[in-house]
Design a binder for this molecule. Sequence first.
Ligand code: ADP
Ligand code: MG
Length: 615
Amino acid sequence: MILFALCGIIFLSVVFWKGAVKNMKETKKQKKKGLIGRFVPYFKKYKWILFFDLFCAALTTVCELVLPMLVRFVTNAGINDLASLTLEIILKIGVLYLFLRLVDAAANFFMASIGHIMGTKIETDMRSDLFRHLQKLSFTYFDNTKIGQIMSRITSDLFDVTEFAHHCPEEIFISAIKIVGSFTILCGVNVWLTLIVFSVVPFMLLVAAFFNLKMREQFRRQRVQIGEINAQVEDSLLGVRVVKSFANEDLETEKFERGNETFFDIKKKSYLYMGGFDASNRMFDGLMNILVLVVGAVFMINGQIQPADLVAYMMYVGTLISSVRQLVQFAEQFQRGMTGIERFFQVMDADVDIFDEPDARELKVNRGDINFENVGFSYSDDGKQVLSEINLSVKAGENVALVGPSGGGKTTLCNLIPRFYDVTEGRILIDGQDIRNVTLNSLRSQIGFVQQDVYLFSGTVFQNIEYGRPGASREEVVEAAKQAGAHEFIMGLLNGYDTYVGERGVKLSGGQKQRISIARAFLKNPPIMILDEATSALDNESEKIVQASLEKLSKGRTTFTIAHRLTTIKNATVILVLTHRGIEEKGTHQELMAKKGIYYHLYNSYADDRVVDNA
Ligand code: ADP
Ligand code: MG
């Protein structure tokens, strides 16, 4: 009987599993499908482990269900026909039970170890997917997202997935077998008693569902809040130098405490719901036991049930009640896992808005001509137009300088060339190829960037320069550093090229960091260079050195230079004055000075400042 029921359940599960996987394939293109449906494919690689895990779960359940039967047999024999209970039979029962226990132990070992390992594997698979996806997301996504929130999604949100991935199928499976198995057996003993006891279950489920809903909401809020705390800590720690220079430690602590308090409130609430959930569970539990005891005793008095049967009945009811309770309690773990998975898919659903077209080709740069045709751009659909009607033709090897008021869109214009953002109108061509039709990789590998704020990774000087062309040899790195005018100061560092630069390069001066980033660009050796206020954060001394390196770097390359010091761009092939009205003036230094327009005034006011500076 039990075996029959078991086979049925295994069969149904397999059918369900196959169906779910098939369903997944059919609806792969649809984004809007249930979380579980989207989670199931992660099991695919491990389906045999999962299958064996479920098989072990079934084995342990069988072992558990057999004991009451043995007890029933022995007590029945003891009451009705003591003589039939020979030592041989008792020994056989003992050996059988011992064997079952051994099987049970082995199966449990597998479930606890391999099952959890499978869960962890799924967790790490998801984490890799998330990281890969993050690497694909564009600037726009990161402009609008807190890094702390992403950090918590990629780490702690996925912690519960291990438990979830492993226990979810297992618990549901075990509980289903136990409930169906013991229900069947109980009905075999006494149908009416079983139905009466079971009448409690719907109420139990109803109450559980209520608390579950509440808990899920709290778990969700809890995760968001942890993300907030992460983001806040990150902000404070990254800005620790600003915090200290303003002596605002107390302010930061206060901000943090507020977030921390909010977290406490949310967690407190979730524990209150959890308490209610547990208490109501136990109450229903007790109710079922009372029903068995009272109704069972009444039935016994009426002769509707044998004492031995009642004992076995009690034992099975124990199994039944505990598995219903387990199933209901698993719901809490389920909700935890689900909120993590939900937050995981929220990031996975973030559109990769800048990607390779299916028919994208490699960008072929023969010369390095760049054309802007009626280019327009705004950061968001409802935001203001930052650039409009930009028409520009840059010949290979030319040095284009961009000047204009802060906020005029110089950086934005340069960011469009490597497709950090996509133009919203018009198009940009490199050697006649629309940059949206070429692969991002080939495009970006042809463009070098030197910006005002240099980002160095925590590592050595060597590693940071080598980042320009991973795999470059020591000689090549040193050569690039020499060209960038960085070799000398690097040799003066404690460990030369192997000096640790600190997080974000804090152990180096602004000019040193900038020269390392220029060395990086030399190593990359791209035909197109973009220099965005590369010297504006530097003191006069470093500026001169860096400027010399930059001039060397831009030689023979198509270069866009954004400079706040106009003297540095006097030799540019063409100077563009970019304001919020677009390109207002265009020409060489001499032409623009003769024109006595915006450039003329900018240049003179700058020259005036210099007089004041020098005074
Ligand atoms: P510039 O480099 O000439 O000083 P930017 O190109 O940085 O100017 O900025 C041009 C305009 O675009 C500014 O008004 C600025 O507020 C806006 N802007 C710059 N970056 C972003 C961004 N990531 N998201 C939204 N708006 C931005
Ligand atoms: Mg700028």
